[in-house]
Write a protein that binds this ligand. Structure first.
Ligand code: PLP
Length: 396
């Protein structure tokens, strides 16, 4: 038989799985489920991007590319990042099959693992892994990736601060120390939709510089912002040589299944991470990379249409929850919100799907018990239907 690694035993399958399995089961039985558990935009990929992908296939762009990506795409990404105030060069970019792979490579490149027994059972010696600091509620995969790399996790809870980082800077200062290797910042945030203020990011910068900490800036939702301005961490003084900026095409251009993302960091970082990249994925898909150039250069209108649709859905949900007396800390970006539910959020989500035929993700999945994450990547009609059903079943 198989003798599984200690490493793979450290992680659980995605906690959202139980709910989506249940939703799929119900649908197979013919139930009409309003699925608000999904993490992908409900729009088609813009037509010109699809056309660019087809043209690239017809033109025979079907072989490997240079490992770090097609030069024209890397150049377009660098130019895009310069628009964010980041001093970026094409050579400082690795193009990946999705932002997720960029994150995975980053953890593997920076984190030294412990022996898996930290804190040590008394009497045995153990050594700790590098410390990674997460801001809760945190997207599920950060924890899994950190654990796969052997990190020890420290967490700062933003829930008591309306999911905002600025009021939690004192807590962060108590957590980040000279022992911290890496801090993960995700703004706009999945699962809260929070967009962190420039002052908050400056606070992060001050701590990172003081304690010589590297920071992942996961900016994958940056194009989906409402009454706030997205600030790139790497654009702040002192952050250029300690930030890994991760971004991707899934959310901004509704390209989840294309699998395209990237990271930007220093030359030295790219040299090191590039080793893992070349020995694991070789490169991102050739014709997909060509479509990515079109997405970066020619989609202003489509991106704005999607952004505006998300904004009116968010506003609709805020009004609906308000009508029913549900007090939500609403974010200014992404397409998620965390609504306060019962102490046992897992049980609440099961009841929501069993009784109201509405699927959402328990907050516990993001280390935020007592909440449920609602994705509003669904039509306004379905959002109204979901709230009606929850109310009718006394779940709100
Ligand atoms: N980062 C966050 C916060 C996400 O929510 C996601 C997708 O759900 C990703 C990264 C990765 O997206 P992809 O691998 O599709 O680029």
């Amino acid at each position: 038989g198989y003798d599984f690694s200690e490493r793979i035993g450290r992680v659980e399958p995605s906690a959202t799985l139980a709910i989506s399995n249940l939703a799929a089961e119900k649908e197979a039985e013919g139930a009409d489920i309003v699925d608000l558990s999904v993490g992908e935009p409900d729009f088609d990929t813009p037509e010109n991007v699809v056309a660019a992908g087809k043209d690239a296939l017809d033109a025979g762009h079907t072989g490997y590319t240079s490992s770090n990506g097609v030069p024209e795409l890397k150049a377009a990404i660098a130019e895009k990042l310069r628009g964010n105030g980041v001093d970026a060069d094409a050579d400082e970019v690795i193009v990946t099959p999705g932002g997720k792979q960029a994150l995975y490579e980053t953890f593997q490149t920076l984190i030294d693992g412990g022996d898996g027994s930290h804190p040590s059972p008394s009497g045995t010696s153990s050594h700790a892994g590098d410390e990674v600091v997460l801001l809760d509620p945190a997207w599920v995969s950060y924890e899994a990736m950190a654990k796969l790399a052997g990190a020890d996790l420290s967490r700062v809870d933003l829930a008591p601060h309306g999911f905002q980082l600025e009021p939690a800077l004192d807590d962060l200062a108590e957590t980040v120390s000279d022992d911290t290797e890496l801090l993960v910042v995700n703004s706009p945030s999945n699962p809260t939709g929070a967009v962190f203020s420039e002052a908050a990011l400056e606070g992060v910068r001050d701590l990172a510089v003081e304690h010589d900490v590297a920071v992942i800036a996961d900016e994958i939702y940056e194009r989906i912002v409402y009454d706030a301005e997205h600030v790139s961490l790497a654009s702040l003084d002192g952050m250029a040589d300690r930030t890994v900026t991760v971004n991707g095409f899934s959310k901004a251009y509704s390209m989840t299944g294309w699998r395209l993302g990237y990271l930007h960091a220093t030359d030295e970082f790219v040299d090191e991470a590039g080793k893992l990249h070349s020995h694991s994925v070789s490169c991102a898909t050739n014709f997909v990379q060509r479509a990515g150039i079109e997405a970066l250069e020619n989609t202003e209108e489509s991106v704005e249409e999607m952004r505006a649709a998300f904004e009116s859905r968010r506003d609709l949900l805020v009004d609906l929850f308000d009508e029913h007396g549900v007090d939500v800390d609403v974010g200014d970006g992404a397409f998620y919100m965390m609504i306060p539910v019962a102490d046992d959020d897992q049980a609440w989500c099961e009841a929501a799907i069993e009784e109201a035929a509405v699927a959402c993700v328990p907050g516990s999945a993001f280390n935020a018990p007592g909440y449920a994450r609602i994705s509003y990547a669904a039509s306004e009609e379905r959002l109204r239907e979901a709230v009606d059903r929850l109310v009718a079943n006394d779940l709100l």
